[in-house]
Design a protein around this ligand. Sequence first.
Ligand code: CA
Length: 527
Amino acid sequence: MNYTKHVRTDATQQTEPIFGKDQIQNSAGGFVFAVDDWKRLDRFLILGSEGGSYYASERKLTVESAKGVLNCLKADGVRVVDRALEISEQGRAPKNDSALFVLAMAAGMGDDATRYAACMELPRIARTGTHLFTFLENIRAFRGWGRGLRSAVSRWYTGKDADSLAYQLVKYRQRNGWTHDDVLRLSHPVPSTAAHQALFRWVTKDEMLGDLPELVLAFVRMQEAKDAKDVIGLVEAHPDITWEMIPSKFLGSPDVWEALLPNMPQAALVRNLARMTANGLIRPLGDATRVVCERLVDETRIRKARLHPIAILGALATYRMGHGARGTLTWSPVTEAVDALDQAFYRAFGAIKGSGKRTLLALDVSDSMEMSEIAGMPGITPRIASAAMAMVTARTETSHAFMAFSHHFVPLNISPRQRLDDVVETMERVPYGGTDCALPMIWAAKNRVEVDVFSIYTDSETWAGNIHPVQALQEYRRKMGISAKLVVVGMVANEFSIADPNDAGTLDVVGFDTATPDLIADFSQES
Ligand code: CA
Protein backbone atom coordinates (compact mmCIF):
# COMPACT_ATOMS: atom_id res chain seq x y z
CA MET A 1 0.00 0.00 0.00
CA ASN A 2 1.36 3.38 -1.03
CA TYR A 3 -0.22 5.77 1.45
CA THR A 4 1.41 8.81 -0.17
CA LYS A 5 -0.98 8.37 -3.06
CA HIS A 6 -3.49 9.95 -0.69
CA VAL A 7 -1.45 12.12 1.65
CA ARG A 8 1.54 14.22 0.61
CA THR A 9 2.70 17.80 1.04
CA ASP A 10 4.59 18.48 -2.19
CA ALA A 11 1.79 18.31 -4.76
CA THR A 12 -1.88 18.89 -4.02
CA GLN A 13 -4.86 19.61 -6.28
CA GLN A 14 -5.79 23.26 -5.84
CA THR A 15 -9.36 22.24 -5.01
CA GLU A 16 -7.99 20.55 -1.84
CA PRO A 17 -6.05 22.16 1.02
CA ILE A 18 -2.33 21.34 1.35
CA PHE A 19 -1.97 18.66 4.01
CA GLY A 20 -0.82 20.28 7.27
CA LYS A 21 -1.37 23.88 6.14
CA ASP A 22 -4.02 26.22 7.44
CA GLN A 23 -5.89 27.17 4.26
CA ILE A 24 -9.32 28.49 3.36
CA GLN A 25 -11.47 28.06 0.28
CA ASN A 26 -11.58 31.00 -2.13
CA SER A 27 -14.65 32.04 -4.12
CA ALA A 28 -13.58 29.91 -7.09
CA GLY A 29 -13.44 26.73 -4.99
CA GLY A 30 -9.66 26.57 -4.70
CA PHE A 31 -7.74 26.50 -1.41
CA VAL A 32 -5.46 29.42 -0.58
CA PHE A 33 -4.10 31.26 2.47
CA ALA A 34 -6.02 33.98 4.29
CA VAL A 35 -4.35 37.35 4.74
CA ASP A 36 -4.62 38.66 8.30
CA ASP A 37 -7.08 41.40 9.20
CA TRP A 38 -4.40 44.13 9.05
CA LYS A 39 -3.36 43.21 5.53
CA ARG A 40 -7.01 43.05 4.62
CA LEU A 41 -7.47 46.53 6.08
CA ASP A 42 -4.70 47.78 3.78
CA ARG A 43 -6.35 46.16 0.76
CA PHE A 44 -9.65 47.79 1.64
CA LEU A 45 -8.08 51.21 2.29
CA ILE A 46 -6.27 51.11 -1.04
CA LEU A 47 -8.50 49.18 -3.42
CA GLY A 48 -11.92 49.77 -1.81
CA SER A 49 -14.91 47.61 -2.66
CA GLU A 50 -16.71 49.89 -5.11
CA GLY A 51 -18.40 47.84 -7.82
CA GLY A 52 -17.61 44.52 -6.09
CA SER A 53 -15.58 41.88 -7.88
CA TYR A 54 -16.12 39.02 -10.31
CA TYR A 55 -17.11 36.76 -7.41
CA ALA A 56 -18.62 39.11 -4.84
CA SER A 57 -21.25 41.82 -5.13
CA GLU A 58 -20.33 45.29 -3.94
CA ARG A 59 -22.48 44.67 -0.87
CA LYS A 60 -20.85 41.37 0.01
CA LEU A 61 -17.32 42.65 -0.52
CA THR A 62 -18.08 45.72 1.59
CA VAL A 63 -19.67 43.76 4.44
CA GLU A 64 -16.75 41.30 4.48
CA SER A 65 -14.23 44.15 4.46
CA ALA A 66 -16.09 45.94 7.26
CA LYS A 67 -16.00 42.77 9.39
CA GLY A 68 -12.24 42.77 8.99
CA VAL A 69 -12.11 46.45 10.00
CA LEU A 70 -14.20 45.63 13.07
CA ASN A 71 -11.76 42.88 14.09
CA CYS A 72 -8.91 45.37 13.79
CA LEU A 73 -10.87 47.95 15.83
CA LYS A 74 -11.32 45.38 18.59
CA ALA A 75 -7.63 44.44 18.54
CA ASP A 76 -6.17 47.96 18.40
CA GLY A 77 -8.50 50.78 17.34
CA VAL A 78 -5.93 53.58 17.50
CA ARG A 79 -3.72 51.62 15.11
CA VAL A 80 -6.65 51.50 12.66
CA VAL A 81 -7.00 55.31 12.79
CA ASP A 82 -3.22 55.71 12.36
CA ARG A 83 -3.19 53.38 9.37
CA ALA A 84 -6.12 55.11 7.68
CA LEU A 85 -4.38 58.45 8.24
CA GLU A 86 -1.06 57.21 6.90
CA ILE A 87 -2.50 55.76 3.69
CA SER A 88 -4.83 58.72 3.15
CA GLU A 89 -2.30 61.46 3.82
CA GLN A 90 0.45 59.90 1.73
CA GLY A 91 -1.92 59.64 -1.23
CA ARG A 92 -1.35 55.89 -1.50
CA ALA A 93 -4.99 55.06 -2.30
CA PRO A 94 -6.82 55.95 -5.53
CA LYS A 95 -9.77 57.25 -3.52
CA ASN A 96 -10.24 58.59 -0.01
CA ASP A 97 -13.69 57.01 0.43
CA SER A 98 -12.62 53.87 2.27
CA ALA A 99 -10.39 55.86 4.67
CA LEU A 100 -13.38 58.10 5.48
CA PHE A 101 -15.58 55.04 6.02
CA VAL A 102 -13.00 53.38 8.27
CA LEU A 103 -12.64 56.66 10.19
CA ALA A 104 -16.43 56.79 10.70
CA MET A 105 -16.42 53.18 11.91
CA ALA A 106 -13.61 54.02 14.34
CA ALA A 107 -15.41 57.16 15.56
CA GLY A 108 -18.61 55.18 16.10
CA MET A 109 -17.57 51.67 17.10
CA GLY A 110 -14.12 52.09 18.65
CA ASP A 111 -13.31 52.30 22.36
CA ASP A 112 -12.90 55.73 24.00
CA ALA A 113 -9.28 56.16 22.94
CA THR A 114 -10.13 55.16 19.36
CA ARG A 115 -13.11 57.49 19.12
CA TYR A 116 -10.97 60.32 20.45
CA ALA A 117 -8.19 59.57 17.96
CA ALA A 118 -10.69 59.42 15.10
CA CYS A 119 -12.15 62.82 16.02
CA MET A 120 -8.68 64.34 16.39
CA GLU A 121 -7.52 63.16 12.96
CA LEU A 122 -10.72 64.15 11.15
CA PRO A 123 -9.31 67.31 9.52
CA ARG A 124 -6.22 65.43 8.28
CA ILE A 125 -8.21 62.63 6.62
CA ALA A 126 -11.15 64.81 5.53
CA ARG A 127 -9.00 67.40 3.76
CA THR A 128 -11.68 68.89 1.50
CA GLY A 129 -15.29 69.92 1.95
CA THR A 130 -16.36 66.91 -0.12
CA HIS A 131 -14.41 64.59 2.19
CA LEU A 132 -16.12 66.18 5.18
CA PHE A 133 -19.60 65.67 3.67
CA THR A 134 -18.75 62.05 2.82
CA PHE A 135 -17.55 61.44 6.38
CA LEU A 136 -20.73 62.96 7.83
CA GLU A 137 -22.86 60.78 5.58
CA ASN A 138 -20.87 57.76 6.82
CA ILE A 139 -20.99 58.69 10.48
CA ARG A 140 -24.80 58.62 10.49
CA ALA A 141 -24.52 54.85 10.06
CA PHE A 142 -22.50 54.44 13.26
CA ARG A 143 -23.32 57.13 15.83
CA GLY A 144 -25.18 60.36 16.60
CA TRP A 145 -23.91 63.90 16.99
CA GLY A 146 -22.34 63.94 20.45
CA ARG A 147 -20.04 66.55 21.93
CA GLY A 148 -16.90 64.85 20.61
CA LEU A 149 -18.10 64.87 17.02
CA ARG A 150 -19.40 68.45 17.25
CA SER A 151 -16.06 69.74 18.43
CA ALA A 152 -14.15 67.70 15.84
CA VAL A 153 -16.28 69.14 13.04
CA SER A 154 -15.99 72.63 14.56
CA ARG A 155 -12.22 72.29 14.47
CA TRP A 156 -12.46 71.42 10.77
CA TYR A 157 -13.82 74.97 10.24
CA THR A 158 -11.92 76.95 12.85
CA GLY A 159 -8.54 75.21 12.43
CA LYS A 160 -8.07 76.63 8.92
CA ASP A 161 -7.12 80.25 8.28
CA ALA A 162 -9.97 82.30 6.81
CA ASP A 163 -8.64 82.24 3.22
CA SER A 164 -8.18 78.44 3.18
CA LEU A 165 -11.64 78.00 4.66
CA ALA A 166 -13.16 80.36 2.10
CA TYR A 167 -11.59 78.24 -0.66
CA GLN A 168 -13.21 75.09 0.76
CA LEU A 169 -16.57 76.81 1.16
CA VAL A 170 -16.81 78.02 -2.43
CA LYS A 171 -15.06 75.11 -4.15
CA TYR A 172 -16.86 72.21 -2.43
CA ARG A 173 -20.35 73.50 -1.77
CA GLN A 174 -22.41 70.31 -1.45
CA ARG A 175 -22.38 66.50 -1.70
CA ASN A 176 -24.97 63.81 -0.97
CA GLY A 177 -27.45 66.48 0.09
CA TRP A 178 -25.01 67.94 2.63
CA THR A 179 -24.12 71.64 2.55
CA HIS A 180 -21.85 73.73 4.78
CA ASP A 181 -25.00 75.43 6.02
CA ASP A 182 -26.25 72.08 7.41
CA VAL A 183 -22.90 71.24 8.94
CA LEU A 184 -22.40 74.64 10.61
CA ARG A 185 -25.89 74.45 12.13
CA LEU A 186 -25.14 71.01 13.56
CA SER A 187 -21.65 71.74 14.86
CA HIS A 188 -22.00 75.38 16.08
CA PRO A 189 -18.32 76.33 15.86
CA VAL A 190 -17.21 79.37 17.82
CA PRO A 191 -15.50 81.64 15.26
CA SER A 192 -11.79 82.07 15.95
CA THR A 193 -11.47 85.39 14.06
CA ALA A 194 -13.71 88.14 12.72
CA ALA A 195 -13.21 86.74 9.22
CA HIS A 196 -14.41 83.32 10.38
CA GLN A 197 -17.45 84.96 11.92
CA ALA A 198 -18.20 86.74 8.63
CA LEU A 199 -17.81 83.46 6.71
CA PHE A 200 -20.17 81.58 9.05
CA ARG A 201 -22.78 84.34 8.74
CA TRP A 202 -22.47 84.34 4.98
CA VAL A 203 -23.00 80.57 4.81
CA THR A 204 -25.84 80.30 7.35
CA LYS A 205 -27.62 83.62 6.89
CA ASP A 206 -26.49 84.72 3.44
CA GLU A 207 -25.34 88.03 4.97
CA MET A 208 -22.35 89.76 3.46
CA LEU A 209 -20.98 91.65 6.43
CA GLY A 210 -17.58 92.23 8.01
CA ASP A 211 -14.24 90.91 6.81
CA LEU A 212 -15.26 88.41 4.13
CA PRO A 213 -12.23 86.99 2.27
CA GLU A 214 -11.71 88.34 -1.25
CA LEU A 215 -12.41 84.96 -2.81
CA VAL A 216 -15.96 84.92 -1.46
CA LEU A 217 -16.64 88.39 -2.86
CA ALA A 218 -15.30 87.29 -6.24
CA PHE A 219 -17.39 84.11 -6.08
CA VAL A 220 -20.58 86.06 -5.39
CA ARG A 221 -19.88 88.48 -8.24
CA MET A 222 -19.19 85.58 -10.56
CA GLN A 223 -22.60 84.05 -9.89
CA GLU A 224 -24.10 87.33 -11.13
CA ALA A 225 -21.86 87.58 -14.20
CA LYS A 226 -23.65 88.45 -17.45
CA ASP A 227 -21.07 87.11 -19.89
CA ALA A 228 -17.81 85.19 -20.15
CA LYS A 229 -15.81 88.43 -20.20
CA ASP A 230 -16.91 89.27 -16.65
CA VAL A 231 -15.91 85.77 -15.53
CA ILE A 232 -12.52 86.01 -17.23
CA GLY A 233 -11.86 89.36 -15.55
CA LEU A 234 -12.53 87.84 -12.15
CA VAL A 235 -10.47 84.72 -12.88
CA GLU A 236 -7.53 86.87 -13.93
CA ALA A 237 -7.78 88.97 -10.77
CA HIS A 238 -8.13 85.98 -8.41
CA PRO A 239 -5.66 83.15 -9.03
CA ASP A 240 -7.39 80.84 -6.54
CA ILE A 241 -10.62 80.68 -8.53
CA THR A 242 -11.13 77.11 -9.82
CA TRP A 243 -13.53 75.78 -12.42
CA GLU A 244 -15.84 74.40 -9.71
CA MET A 245 -16.61 77.98 -8.63
CA ILE A 246 -17.73 79.10 -12.10
CA PRO A 247 -21.42 78.93 -13.10
CA SER A 248 -21.83 75.98 -15.46
CA LYS A 249 -23.22 78.12 -18.30
CA PHE A 250 -19.72 79.59 -18.78
CA LEU A 251 -17.83 76.29 -18.76
CA GLY A 252 -18.35 75.72 -22.49
CA SER A 253 -16.17 78.72 -23.30
CA PRO A 254 -12.55 77.94 -24.25
CA ASP A 255 -11.60 81.50 -23.26
CA VAL A 256 -12.73 80.86 -19.69
CA TRP A 257 -10.57 77.73 -19.59
CA GLU A 258 -7.64 79.59 -21.06
CA ALA A 259 -7.95 82.12 -18.24
CA LEU A 260 -8.09 79.31 -15.67
CA LEU A 261 -5.07 77.52 -17.11
CA PRO A 262 -2.19 79.49 -15.50
CA ASN A 263 -3.32 78.54 -11.98
CA MET A 264 -5.14 75.29 -12.60
CA PRO A 265 -4.43 72.63 -9.97
CA GLN A 266 -2.85 69.40 -11.27
CA ALA A 267 -5.92 67.23 -10.60
CA ALA A 268 -8.18 69.64 -12.50
CA LEU A 269 -5.68 69.66 -15.38
CA VAL A 270 -5.83 65.86 -15.67
CA ARG A 271 -9.57 65.65 -15.15
CA ASN A 272 -10.44 68.32 -17.73
CA LEU A 273 -8.03 67.37 -20.49
CA ALA A 274 -10.82 65.93 -22.62
CA ARG A 275 -13.02 68.96 -22.09
CA MET A 276 -10.21 71.35 -23.01
CA THR A 277 -9.50 69.28 -26.13
CA ALA A 278 -13.18 69.19 -27.11
CA ASN A 279 -13.47 72.97 -26.80
CA GLY A 280 -10.37 73.50 -28.92
CA LEU A 281 -8.02 74.92 -26.30
CA ILE A 282 -5.77 71.86 -26.52
CA ARG A 283 -4.90 71.15 -30.16
CA PRO A 284 -1.84 69.89 -32.04
CA LEU A 285 1.06 72.38 -31.77
CA GLY A 286 -1.06 74.82 -29.76
CA ASP A 287 0.43 77.15 -27.14
CA ALA A 288 -1.95 75.92 -24.46
CA THR A 289 -1.04 72.33 -25.35
CA ARG A 290 2.62 73.00 -24.63
CA VAL A 291 1.80 74.65 -21.31
CA VAL A 292 -0.52 71.81 -20.29
CA CYS A 293 1.96 69.08 -21.24
CA GLU A 294 4.85 70.75 -19.40
CA ARG A 295 2.72 71.00 -16.29
CA LEU A 296 1.45 67.43 -16.55
CA VAL A 297 4.96 66.00 -16.33
CA ASP A 298 6.35 68.55 -13.86
CA GLU A 299 7.72 66.48 -10.96
CA THR A 300 7.32 69.19 -8.35
CA ARG A 301 3.68 69.70 -9.27
CA ILE A 302 3.05 65.94 -9.34
CA ARG A 303 4.59 65.54 -5.90
CA LYS A 304 2.72 68.47 -4.41
CA ALA A 305 -0.63 67.42 -5.83
CA ARG A 306 -0.22 63.80 -4.65
CA LEU A 307 -2.30 62.87 -7.64
CA HIS A 308 -2.73 59.10 -7.66
CA PRO A 309 -1.27 57.32 -10.72
CA ILE A 310 -4.53 55.46 -11.32
CA ALA A 311 -6.29 58.81 -11.78
CA ILE A 312 -3.75 59.50 -14.53
CA LEU A 313 -4.15 55.99 -16.01
CA GLY A 314 -7.93 56.42 -15.92
CA ALA A 315 -7.66 59.78 -17.67
CA LEU A 316 -5.35 58.25 -20.27
CA ALA A 317 -7.67 55.29 -20.90
CA THR A 318 -10.63 57.64 -21.41
CA TYR A 319 -8.76 60.36 -23.30
CA ARG A 320 -7.33 58.03 -25.95
CA MET A 321 -10.86 56.86 -26.84
CA GLY A 322 -12.04 60.31 -27.87
CA HIS A 323 -15.36 60.08 -26.05
CA GLY A 324 -16.50 59.82 -22.45
CA ALA A 325 -18.01 56.78 -20.72
CA ARG A 326 -21.16 58.82 -20.14
CA GLY A 327 -22.49 61.88 -21.92
CA THR A 328 -22.05 63.02 -25.47
CA LEU A 329 -18.71 64.84 -25.31
CA THR A 330 -16.30 63.83 -28.10
CA TRP A 331 -12.79 65.01 -28.97
CA SER A 332 -9.79 64.07 -31.12
CA PRO A 333 -7.02 62.91 -28.76
CA VAL A 334 -3.87 65.01 -29.12
CA THR A 335 -0.76 62.82 -29.16
CA GLU A 336 1.36 65.26 -27.14
CA ALA A 337 -1.20 65.09 -24.33
CA VAL A 338 -1.30 61.28 -24.41
CA ASP A 339 2.50 61.19 -24.21
CA ALA A 340 2.45 63.62 -21.29
CA LEU A 341 -0.09 61.50 -19.38
CA ASP A 342 2.03 58.43 -20.05
CA GLN A 343 5.09 60.10 -18.53
CA ALA A 344 3.07 61.59 -15.66
CA PHE A 345 1.83 58.13 -14.69
CA TYR A 346 5.35 56.87 -13.96
CA ARG A 347 6.41 60.08 -12.24
CA ALA A 348 3.43 59.86 -9.90
CA PHE A 349 5.14 56.88 -8.22
CA GLY A 350 8.16 59.01 -7.34
CA ALA A 351 11.71 57.76 -7.75
CA ILE A 352 12.00 53.97 -7.47
CA LYS A 353 15.32 52.19 -7.06
CA GLY A 354 15.44 48.83 -8.79
CA SER A 355 16.79 45.73 -7.06
CA GLY A 356 18.72 44.39 -10.04
CA LYS A 357 17.17 40.95 -9.44
CA ARG A 358 15.88 38.69 -12.21
CA THR A 359 12.15 39.34 -12.04
CA LEU A 360 9.31 37.45 -13.67
CA LEU A 361 6.26 39.70 -13.93
CA ALA A 362 3.40 37.24 -14.15
CA LEU A 363 -0.04 38.65 -14.92
CA ASP A 364 -3.20 36.73 -14.12
CA VAL A 365 -5.36 37.39 -17.19
CA SER A 366 -8.14 34.97 -16.23
CA ASP A 367 -11.81 35.88 -16.61
CA SER A 368 -12.18 37.14 -13.03
CA MET A 369 -9.52 39.82 -13.61
CA GLU A 370 -11.60 41.30 -16.40
CA MET A 371 -14.89 41.91 -14.62
CA SER A 372 -14.63 44.78 -12.15
CA GLU A 373 -13.02 48.21 -12.05
CA ILE A 374 -10.34 49.36 -9.63
CA ALA A 375 -11.77 52.06 -7.36
CA GLY A 376 -14.68 52.51 -9.78
CA MET A 377 -12.32 53.92 -12.44
CA PRO A 378 -14.04 53.48 -15.84
CA GLY A 379 -12.23 50.92 -18.00
CA ILE A 380 -9.52 50.11 -15.44
CA THR A 381 -10.05 46.42 -14.80
CA PRO A 382 -7.74 44.51 -12.43
CA ARG A 383 -6.17 43.02 -15.56
CA ILE A 384 -5.33 46.42 -17.10
CA ALA A 385 -4.26 47.79 -13.71
CA SER A 386 -1.94 44.79 -13.27
CA ALA A 387 -0.21 45.47 -16.55
CA ALA A 388 0.26 49.15 -15.66
CA MET A 389 1.68 48.26 -12.22
CA ALA A 390 3.98 45.65 -13.76
CA MET A 391 5.19 48.28 -16.24
CA VAL A 392 6.38 50.43 -13.33
CA THR A 393 8.54 47.58 -12.03
CA ALA A 394 9.64 46.62 -15.57
CA ARG A 395 11.02 50.12 -16.09
CA THR A 396 13.16 49.92 -12.97
CA GLU A 397 14.22 46.27 -13.21
CA THR A 398 16.37 45.87 -16.32
CA SER A 399 16.34 42.10 -15.90
CA HIS A 400 12.69 41.24 -16.27
CA ALA A 401 10.28 39.18 -18.33
CA PHE A 402 6.53 39.41 -18.73
CA MET A 403 4.26 36.42 -18.84
CA ALA A 404 0.49 36.10 -18.75
CA PHE A 405 -1.47 33.09 -17.59
CA SER A 406 -4.97 31.87 -17.02
CA HIS A 407 -5.31 28.05 -17.05
CA HIS A 408 -2.50 27.98 -19.58
CA PHE A 409 0.31 30.22 -20.72
CA VAL A 410 -0.94 33.18 -22.77
CA PRO A 411 1.52 34.97 -25.06
CA LEU A 412 1.88 38.58 -24.00
CA ASN A 413 3.78 41.02 -26.10
CA ILE A 414 4.39 44.12 -24.01
CA SER A 415 7.54 46.06 -23.28
CA PRO A 416 8.39 48.96 -20.97
CA ARG A 417 9.18 51.03 -24.05
CA GLN A 418 5.55 50.86 -25.10
CA ARG A 419 3.14 53.63 -24.27
CA LEU A 420 0.47 52.74 -21.71
CA ASP A 421 -2.43 53.20 -24.09
CA ASP A 422 -0.87 50.51 -26.34
CA VAL A 423 -0.46 48.27 -23.33
CA VAL A 424 -4.09 48.81 -22.34
CA GLU A 425 -5.14 47.91 -25.87
CA THR A 426 -2.98 44.78 -25.86
CA MET A 427 -4.42 43.72 -22.52
CA GLU A 428 -7.96 44.19 -23.82
CA ARG A 429 -7.25 41.63 -26.56
CA VAL A 430 -5.59 38.91 -24.46
CA PRO A 431 -7.72 35.72 -24.44
CA TYR A 432 -8.66 34.38 -21.04
CA GLY A 433 -9.98 31.34 -19.18
CA GLY A 434 -9.78 29.60 -15.77
CA THR A 435 -7.08 30.32 -13.21
CA ASP A 436 -3.92 28.47 -12.24
CA CYS A 437 -1.53 30.69 -10.26
CA ALA A 438 1.09 27.93 -10.12
CA LEU A 439 1.80 28.32 -13.85
CA PRO A 440 4.52 31.00 -13.62
CA MET A 441 6.67 28.73 -11.42
CA ILE A 442 5.88 25.61 -13.45
CA TRP A 443 6.65 27.45 -16.69
CA ALA A 444 9.95 28.83 -15.39
CA ALA A 445 11.03 25.41 -14.07
CA LYS A 446 10.12 23.64 -17.28
CA ASN A 447 11.93 26.17 -19.44
CA ARG A 448 14.81 26.48 -16.96
CA VAL A 449 14.33 30.26 -16.76
CA GLU A 450 16.43 31.72 -13.93
CA VAL A 451 14.20 33.81 -11.69
CA ASP A 452 15.02 35.50 -8.37
CA VAL A 453 11.56 37.01 -7.87
CA PHE A 454 8.17 35.89 -9.11
CA SER A 455 5.81 38.89 -8.98
CA ILE A 456 2.30 37.60 -9.50
CA TYR A 457 -0.51 40.11 -10.09
CA THR A 458 -3.72 38.31 -9.18
CA ASP A 459 -6.93 38.11 -7.15
CA SER A 460 -5.71 34.74 -5.78
CA GLU A 461 -8.89 33.05 -7.03
CA THR A 462 -6.83 30.09 -8.26
CA TRP A 463 -8.37 26.63 -8.62
CA ALA A 464 -7.43 25.02 -11.92
CA GLY A 465 -4.11 23.32 -11.13
CA ASN A 466 -2.80 19.97 -9.90
CA ILE A 467 -0.24 21.64 -7.68
CA HIS A 468 -0.56 24.66 -5.38
CA PRO A 469 1.46 27.79 -6.24
CA VAL A 470 3.58 27.49 -3.06
CA GLN A 471 4.36 23.86 -3.87
CA ALA A 472 5.35 24.83 -7.40
CA LEU A 473 7.58 27.53 -5.88
CA GLN A 474 9.28 24.98 -3.60
CA GLU A 475 9.80 22.65 -6.52
CA TYR A 476 11.26 25.48 -8.58
CA ARG A 477 13.69 26.33 -5.77
CA ARG A 478 14.76 22.69 -5.47
CA LYS A 479 15.11 22.07 -9.16
CA MET A 480 16.94 25.29 -10.03
CA GLY A 481 18.92 25.74 -6.83
CA ILE A 482 17.71 29.34 -6.57
CA SER A 483 16.00 30.56 -3.40
CA ALA A 484 13.41 32.37 -5.48
CA LYS A 485 10.97 34.73 -3.80
CA LEU A 486 7.28 35.19 -4.43
CA VAL A 487 5.48 38.54 -4.34
CA VAL A 488 1.70 38.48 -4.50
CA VAL A 489 0.30 41.76 -5.77
CA GLY A 490 -3.33 41.61 -4.63
CA MET A 491 -5.64 43.27 -7.13
CA VAL A 492 -8.99 42.76 -5.34
CA ALA A 493 -9.87 43.62 -1.72
CA ASN A 494 -10.67 40.02 -0.76
CA GLU A 495 -9.00 38.00 2.02
CA PHE A 496 -7.19 35.50 -0.22
CA SER A 497 -3.52 35.05 -0.99
CA ILE A 498 -1.38 32.41 -2.65
CA ALA A 499 1.54 33.47 -0.40
CA ASP A 500 2.24 31.20 2.58
CA PRO A 501 2.46 33.51 5.62
CA ASN A 502 5.00 31.08 7.15
CA ASP A 503 7.38 31.33 4.18
CA ALA A 504 9.78 34.25 4.74
CA GLY A 505 10.46 34.24 0.99
CA THR A 506 6.98 35.47 0.18
CA LEU A 507 5.37 38.90 0.45
CA ASP A 508 1.82 40.24 0.10
CA VAL A 509 1.44 43.74 -1.28
CA VAL A 510 -1.58 45.67 -2.53
CA GLY A 511 -2.04 46.42 -6.22
CA PHE A 512 -2.31 50.12 -6.93
CA ASP A 513 -0.73 51.22 -3.73
CA THR A 514 1.79 53.90 -4.81
CA ALA A 515 4.22 52.32 -2.33
CA THR A 516 4.04 48.88 -3.99
CA PRO A 517 6.85 49.17 -6.57
CA ASP A 518 9.24 50.30 -3.80
CA LEU A 519 8.11 47.52 -1.47
CA ILE A 520 8.70 44.93 -4.21
CA ALA A 521 12.18 46.28 -4.95
CA ASP A 522 13.14 46.35 -1.24
CA PHE A 523 11.88 42.83 -0.64
CA SER A 524 13.62 41.59 -3.81
CA GLN A 525 16.91 42.98 -2.58
CA GLU A 526 16.78 41.57 0.98
CA SER A 527 18.95 38.55 1.49
CA1 CA B 1 -9.62 34.03 -12.07
